[in-house]
Design a protein around this ligand. Structure first.
Ligand code: CMP
Length: 140
């Protein structure tokens, strides 16, 4: 096992319902430390660049519109195997398919409004963290 970092986003459906604290408690109770965090409102362009890997998908436009529809909380999580651990804590992309006890099962409203995003690989995590944070913002 290795100490890793991953990029997490608490999405507009969750900030709208003031779930930031409850979601952060899930991370901390599971051994993931929040080592950087910022609340911001994404521009359309920022969302399109962040999700560019999905630009050919039918849901791309709606996804970017949703991610700009309210504040998000972007954060860096650190812990043992943080990328995989966070994906387990989040649960399946579609809350309807997520296991009991996961964030998306408990809080997700739909496949789009699924409360949280997490990096899916070390390469993606490095790019996504650098997209939102500079080195001095991250205090491990
Ligand atoms: P996320 O982990 O942020 O990565 C891409 C997002 O696209 C995903 O979570 C979902 O919220 C969103 N999305 C919207 N529609 C779909 C879909 N049909 N299949 C997969 N992801 C979708």
């Amino acid at each position: 096992m290795a100490l890793e970092r991953t990029l997490s986003i608490i999405k507009p459906d969750a900030t709208r319902r003031d779930l930031t604290g409850r979601i952060n408690a899930r991370f901390e109770e599971s051994g993931l430390r929040v080592i950087a965090q910022r609340r911001l409102r994404l521009t359309r362009e920022q969302a399109e660049v962040f999700y560019a890997v999905h630009k050919e998908r039918s849901f791309f436009g709606d996804l970017c519109g949703f991610m700009c529809s309210g504040p998000v909380v972007v954060q860096v999580l650190e812990g043992e195997d943080a990328i995989k651990a966070n994906r387990e804590i989040m649960g399946a992309t579609n809350p309807a398919n997520a296991d009991d006890g996961t964030i998306r099962k408990e809080f997700g409203e739909s496949v789009e409004a699924n409360s949280v995003h997490g990096s899916d690989s070390p390469e993606t995590a490095a790019w996504e963290i650098a997209y939102f944070f500079c080195t001095m913002d991250i205090v491990g």
